[in-house]
Design a binder for this molecule. Structure first.
Ligand code: TRP
Ligand code: ZN
Length: 466
């Protein structure tokens, strides 16, 4: 029997009227009850993102969207395991109105403050227990403007909607533990008016018609960080082809973008094959892409198994970049947001490699070009100073330079084995910069602090001889 159960038993035995016994059960320091899970995971760049005290295993999202009003109604079923005794816990959730919350089928109290939804279940949850939280909600989801001015969350444009969440926008459309370190599987079911399609990541179930609506489910059976969830709703043309090895490639494109996007969409299997040769087996059960009209989104994003592109960013290097993220950034995702160079530096280096293979400038030339670009020297790639610099040039260009320097020290064979090994070692997991430097040293049997000090952590531009 744990202390909290013993306490409840004492109350029952002594007498419900005994004020003394009740007072003894008020939680205090060294509390006899489960505590409240932390409101954030203290990420150095986003301290309130994510929540402590539990680990999500699965999200079941059931959504109903009305494009005319922009109204979304949702039920989120969140299956999690408690990592401590819990009397209350937080979910990241923004904007939408909560109708009710249950935990393991019993009504729970819910409080909102900023981007946090605090859930207090009727009974404490014991460490190690699995519990199921159901949140019913509705409203017009918010668009989030990030510190760098870019828009994410829920993006609406005539008759269509697009949900993306890097780094923090997923809380606009479903409650969850929205830090990349807590990955889970997903089942997303969406009801939209007939004639429209709803496309998410993962594998589709055949759409079904219910009266004047179309309902379709998507399953992501490999773990996914919340910021990599995507949902596109609109008059999308959806198509599935298979790679020679049988991997489904699901593409969705809005009619305005179709004609121009089609030739490159057809090349996804070829680009994937190139990535597999360099980085190892593709990490998910399906692949694909979503292309929306220019202006609906300002950047391309590597959403899991189904990256999303505005038409004006749908070009070969960007497609390769987002496909490379499926290995570096998605399957291996960052432990903290400040480890973002593990995503962007790697995906940028993949672009350099691809373009060199395709007859473009050599990787050495790209390195020299990046080295000469003052924008790449604003800060060390492993230490973005704040949320506004998460996607700044040093994370991309100088991040890629780190890898090129590493390659110079290790030689091609060892370097490419390291890239594959890194993707394999942390497949479907999370990893930090320290994990990477330790892995590179362990695997190569070399002391590499010169590379790290000068290129990864150093403040200034190191001489080219370092
Ligand atoms: N991670 C995206 C990429 O593939 C870029 C990205 C996400 C981004 N959010 C952004 C870029 C905001 C600029 C601004 O590179
Ligand atoms: Zn990227």
């Amino acid at each position: 029997m744990d202390l909290s159960a013993r306490c409840r038993a004492a109350v029952a035995v002594v007498s419900a009227l005994s004020a003394v016994a009740l007072a003894a059960c008020v939680p205090g320091p060294g509390a006899v009850r489960g505590g409240q899970g932390a409101a954030g995971l203290r990420d150095p760049l986003f301290p309130k993102l994510g929540n402590g005290g539990y680990d999500v295993q699965h999200y079941g999202l059931d959504l109903d969207y009305d494009p005319a009003s922009g109204h979304l109604a949702g039920t989120a079923e969140i299956t999690a395991r408690a990592t401590q005794d819990l009397s209350a816990f937080h979910l990241d959730f923004r904007g939408l109105t909560v109708a009710d919350v249950t935990v393991d089928g019993r009504p729970a109290s819910a409080n909102r403050a900023g981007g946090e939804l605090t859930v207090r279940p009727r009974r404490d949850i014991r460490e190690g227990d699995r519990f199921r939280t159901v949140v019913r909600y509705s409203g017009v989801p918010e668009t989030v403007t990030d510190a760098d001015g870019s828009r994410e969350g829920w993006l609406r444009s005539d008759g269509a909607a697009l949900a993306v969440g890097e780094p923090a926008g997923s809380a606009s459309w479903f409650p969850g533990n929205h830090h990349p370190s807590d990955k889970a599987t997903y089942a997303v079911t969406v009801s939209v008016p007939r004639g429209l399609r709803a496309v998410a990541g993962g594998e589709p179930r055949a759409p079904r018609t219910e009266g004047r609506r179309t309902v379709q489910s998507w399953r992501s059976t490999e773990p996914m960080a919340g910021h990599l969830a995507v949902l596109a709703i609109g008059e999308l043309r959806v198509e599935t082809v298979h790679t020679p090895s049988g991997l489904p490639v699901v593409t969705a494109v809005s009619p305005e973008a179709e004609e121009r996007a089609e030739p490159l969409l057809r090349r996804i299997p070829e680009l994937l094959a190139w990535c597999e040769e360099r980085f190892g087996p593709y990490p998910f059960s399906s692949a694909g892409a979503i292309v929306v009209p220019s202006g609906d989104l300002e950047y391309a994003l590597e959403t899991q198994s189904r990256p999303v592109f505005p038409l004006d960013r749908f070009d070969e290097p960007t497609l390769l970049h987002e496909l490379a993220h499926q290995w570096f950034g998605n399957s291996v995702s960052p432990a903290r947001w400040s480890d973002i160079w593990l995503n962007e530096g790697f995906a940028t280096y993949a672009e350099w490699l691809w373009q060199a293979d395709a007859g473009g400038p050599s990787v050495a030339d790209r390195f020299v070009e990046a080295y000469g670009d003052d924008g790449n020297w604003a800060f060390p790639p492993a230490e973005p100073p704040g949320p506004a610099e998460l996607f700044a040039p040093p994370v991309y260009g100088r991040g890629a330079m780190v890898l090129h320097r590493l390659r110079a020290v290790l030689g091609d064979e060892e370097f490419f084995a390291l890239l594959r090994g890194w993707a394999a070692e942390h497949r479907h997991g999370t990893a930090s910069t320290a994990d990477f430097t330790a892995y590179a040293e362990r695997r190569s049997g070399r002391e590499l602090s010169q590379v790290w000090d000068a290129w990864l952590f150093g403040r200034g531009r190191p001489p080219l001889t370092d």
